[in-house]
Design a protein around this ligand. Structure first.
Ligand code: HEM
Ligand SMILES: N[C@@H](CC(=O)c1ccccc1NC=O)C(=O)O
Length: 308
């Protein structure tokens, strides 16, 4: 036994700052929700939390992880779409400053979505095999929110609409996005309205087609990146777009690597070759000119620095 003589008596109340096992509730804390709006009611949690329906028979423990991973991803995609729609509309209305704020939020959502793969990576191939057959032909390829994000960012592909034909409301919504200008298209139109020499063929075209790399636009970006101080607003917006594409690719890469460790070289439930199909998405780009311009920027030499 340690010698306690000289220490405080055993019954002494602990100092107020010491941690305790219980926190006293304050008088003012609202406890009656018979008539007042509660947390669960506001968030409609009864609906959200009763939407997890494992299909495996008998129910496999790990299917809950699979369902919640997808549902949380879809919720974040919903917010991302909300922000991207708004960013595009703000730029269309010549108001790029709040659009930058929207894109900043989009980037944080992307970080969460990419980090979230680590939770699903705890699913082993053996655990997934226990319930994979119950997913039948379901696949993330059929995520209409994901496809909407791709379309808003400019990865247009009319063939993607086929999988939504069974659902007229969703089909109409994704089809509208296919035929509207993307965020990038609106940025280019805004640049033109600001007096920049955007090639005219980029300002009026069939929006349902993906944007094709344009040499004139690379040259324009070349001028902007050669003198950022003179074009700060545009330069900042361009770098924000690069961040969004970068983050998008990180998500695709983590999806690919997670899929690889869980199903190896099996074909996908959606009917694709699986990993090889997902790998080809890594060659896609939303903003080709913003990448091309990077190799055009002149490296400053001591001589050039002093004499220009
Ligand atoms: C065990 C976990 C997963 C596996 C094995 C898997 C596998 C696959 C495969 C093989 C494809 C290609 C299409 C196909 O043939 O099915 C695909 C596409 C896709 N998956 Fe997953 N996936 C998983 C989890 C997720 C999660 C959590 C999401 C989040 C929403 C997701 C979203 C998508 C999307 C959006 C596509 C379409 C990608 C594109 O068009 O490039 N997947 N997935
Ligand atoms: N394509 C996956 C299945 C899959 O992941 C999935 C199935 C149903 C609902 C969402 C899914 N997620 C992403 O593709 C597979 O081949 O195992």
């Amino acid at each position: 036994m340690p010698d306690r003589s000289g220490s405080q008596p055993a019954e002494a109340a602990p100092p107020a700052s010491r941690p305790t096992a219980q926190r006293d509730l304050e008088e003012g804390i609202e406890r009656d929700f018979a008539r007042n709006l509660s947390y669960g009611e506001y968030l409609d949690l009864a609906k959200v939390l009763s939407a997890q329906h494992p299909r495996s028979v008998p129910t496999r423990h790990d299917e809950m992880l699979f369902i919640i991973q997808h549902q949380t991803s879809e919720l974040w995609l919903k917010l991302m779409l909300h922000e991207l729609h708004s960013a595009r509309d703000l730029i269309r209305a010549d108001d790029p400053r709040p659009a930058l704020k929207r894109l900043a939020r989009v980037k944080h959502i992307q970080v969460i979505l990419t980090e979230q793969w680590s939770v699903l990576a705890t699913l082993t191939p053996s655990e997934y095999a226990q319930f994979r057959s119950f997913l039948a032909t379901g696949s993330g390829f059929q995520s209409w929110q994901y496809r909407s994000v791709e379309f808003l960012l400019g990865n247009k592909n009319a063939e993607m609409l086929r999988v939504f034909e069974h659902d007229p409301i969703v089909h109409a919504e994704v089809s509208t996005l296919l035929h509207e200008p993307s965020l990038y298209d609106e940025v280019l139109a805004w640049l033109s309205r600001q007096g920049y020499a955007v090639p005219p063929e980029l300002l009026d075209r069939d929006w349902s087609r993906p944007h094709q790399e344009n040499e004139g636009l690379v040259e324009l970006f070349g001028q902007i990146y050669a003198a950022p101080d003179e074009h700060w607003g545009v330069y900042e917006l361009c770098e924000e777009l690069i961040d969004v594409e970068d983050n998008f690719q990180f998500w695709r890469f983590r999806h690919l690597k997670t899929v690889e460790r869980i199903i190896g070289s099996k074909r996908g439930t959606g009917g694709s070759s699986g990993v090889p199909f997902l790998r080809r998405a890594l060659d896609l780009t939303f903003f080709p000119e913003l990448y091309s311009v990077r190799s055009r920027i002149q490296d400053v030499t001591e001589e050039g620095y002093h004499h220009e």
